[in-house]
Design a protein around this ligand. Sequence first.
Ligand code: MV4
Length: 503
Amino acid sequence: MFKKILIANRGEIAIRVMRTCREMGISTVAIYSEADVQALHVRYADEAYCVGGAASADSYLRMDRIIDLCKTTGAEAVHPGYGFLSENAVFARKLKENGIVLIGPSAESMEVMGSKIASKQAVKAFGVPLVPGIDEAIKNPEDALLVAIEVGFPVLVKASAGGGGKGMRVVDRKEDFLSALQMAQNEARSAFGDDSVFIEKYVGSPRHIEIQLMADNYGNACYLFERECSIQRRHQKLVEEAPSAVLTEEIRRAMGEAAVNVAKACNYSGAGTVEFLLSENMEFYFLEMNTRLQVEHPVTELITGIDLVKEQIRVAAGETLSFSQGDLKIHGHAIELRICAEDPLNQFLPNVGTVETYKVPQGSGIRVDDCMESGMEIPIYYDNMLAKLIVWAPNRLDAIARMRRAIGEYVITGIETTLMFGDFVMTHPAFIEGKFDTHFIQQYFTPEAMRAPILDEQEQALLGVAALEFFHREKAQNGSSVDISSNGGAVTSDWYLNRKNYS
Ligand code: MV4
């Protein structure tokens, strides 16, 4: 086993990784930028070194300095976290050339999965379901039009080098196809330096469901069930949960097995996530694979009892997976809320400033992954996700109630965050009933709905668990009677809105 690991990241994920290292008796090396001198991840580590200026390109992305630091500190392996260098095949290759282990997959796996076209071609032979369309870069626009007519409009033109929603264009009518194709190619060329585009049937109201998997270097691969990530805004996830409220055991197994086949198709090693679209009629299609540990991995850890970082480290050190598929079971329900420095009342605009008071919720079933303390100034150079609030409970409704309780206890003053938005989601009938797709925020969210209590005084007495029981009593008596169209469904108490005064 490794004796020392360098964590090439910052913020909550750096601390998350170091916590597991400490439990495994592995010492930790942190890196930091000039903007992060005061950061908590620096203080958590056994050793920490400044690698450059505030901008990521001058510090957290400096491969040369990171590799030098591994040599001078004697770190045998690098954990890249997510973002930064985590899916960079050049970095993976450089580490290997220098005899340093990357805690992640091979450069080759990253490259195949980094191209949408290459990944579709690789997984097709393994029987993984693909969205109808073509899995080749379009060469002849006229031929592409024929394919588009065959799969039926609307179709989606996607850039092969795109990802996370970048480089996509919906085409509703065949009359618009050729000009849309041209524009998509131009956009792809200027954004990614690669004008390869392909087409897929547009899936109208999909859910985003992804499968966590783990593979070792001896051909073993297991799926650790799904995460539902449909509550997104502009391709940024805000709420994730495991398991999904809608998967049957049969679909869960089929999706899990498809994900394992994706891993086999690219000779995968370590932790990875396969993204699927789930259509309204419960058909699922492979979208892409993320070759890193993801932000939302804690919900999977809470329902499986597996420490994904520990498994990553074990696999990278050449050990076999510590479990087989038959050992894995879903236990209870977990929900994660991302706490971002954004103002939901003002179009989720990022805001900067200093955190005045910071107090985390505590008690049964609560996990907070953060890197924050009272008085901390938030650097403007990096991602604005500051913390993750994750709850576990024996079932989904209890997890929702627990999330509401935890949000109520959480105190963050000085900056605006997405905490209150979390309460909007937890109290929305469509969320409570599990009837939502990737359009949830667009469909239901307004600042007014988040601010305004929709229940009368008597009903407000039903807050908390009682509010959930109220919705479900209604549902049981009248079918799906709760009107989710008229009022946005926020249940917000004076106590909740004014809680800063109580703290
Ligand atoms: C789609 C789609 C509908 N049909 N593909 C968005 C991000 C990228 N990973 C793929 N995405 C989509 N691909 C077909 N054929 C709809 C989306 C999509 C989406 C997917 C997951 C989560 C949120 C989304 C929001 C808008 C569009």
